[in-house]
Design a protein around this ligand. Sequence first.
Ligand SMILES: Nc1nc2c(ncn2[C@@H]2O[C@H](COP(=O)(O)OP(=O)(O)OP(=O)(O)O)[C@@H](O)[C@H]2O)c(=O)[nH]1
Ligand SMILES: [Mg+2]
Length: 322
Amino acid sequence: MQIHRIRAASLKEALLRARQTLGEEAIVISQETLPGGEVALAVARREASTVESAVFRAPRSTPRPPAALRELDQRLEKHNVSEAFRLELCAAVQTRLAEGAHPVDLAAEEIARRFVLARLARIAGKTRILTLVGSTGAGKTTSLVKIAHGMQQAGRKVEFATLDSHRVGAVEQLRAFAQLQGLPMTVLKRGVRMNPTALASGGVDMLLLDTTGHANQDVPLLMQLRKALASAPVAIDVQLVLPASTSRRARAEQLELYQSLQPTGCVITKLDETGDKASALEFAREHALPVSFLCDGNRIEADLHRASGNAVADLLLMGKLS
Ligand SMILES: Nc1nc2c(ncn2[C@@H]2O[C@H](COP(=O)(O)OP(=O)(O)OP(=O)(O)O)[C@@H](O)[C@H]2O)c(=O)[nH]1
Ligand SMILES: [Mg+2]
């Protein structure tokens, strides 16, 4: 491991220069304040093969964080953050310990900047269509209803539509919510030509489109919809609903099934049903899938949270959303 020595007028400047020289992989080996107030750092670049010895200073087989990071590592482990991600976060926090902040606060910042968030801002002159896809029972309809409620509260004009026209009770489930919220709802019957005017009644900011949960039905219907609306003033977002409580394999299968629709983000549901707060989030990060909403229960008004760096950090460090 090559050690670089950096001198600067302040610790902040020294850390900045360390990062400029060695990138995000920089780790601080030692720090010294020189007579006259200058700060000298010995820094090195963390390499994959030296991560454990540099960061945890323990044999490869039993990586253990240094005492200052042990509490942080245990917290992350408790909420099922993978070993690789824990290692990455501890290494990043290690480089910043000299800043003097608490490791958990530093970790919150490091977590926050590692997640891409999906935004559904209003687009002037266009209706956004947000459609949620994913396995049956994943929480698509419930999440759409929560999103509608949130947007309505924020003064945005929203409507519902559904592709789920055949299954017994599906239309009724959404219609009941639509009526409760006083929102119009369109049922897109199969075989009926989809056109923008049949979809939304005009001046709508967001059309929330429910699907069946069967990829073999939803994928061709959504392809057809995209084609029909290619020149219409709409922007279509397909987002994958990933329950926190399912397996990694199930998530990978879902992504594969809907990949052809090029999902622009994901909604993570059922965070209240499992102690595993991390796997679905890590899955989203690994697949460069921006996160839009986090759901932790089935109450319409209370259990939808817009994804934010702080919210993700709260989940991984505290195990809950505040
Ligand atoms: N605990 C918990 N339950 C949820 C959450 N989101 C949805 N549910 C529940 O999960 C069940 C299925 O939710 P739906 O919204 O109907 O799921 P769906 O994906 O639309 O299901 P299909 O239409 O059958 O494909 C319902 O009982 C919801 O109340 C959540 O975040 N936490
Ligand atoms: Mg549904």
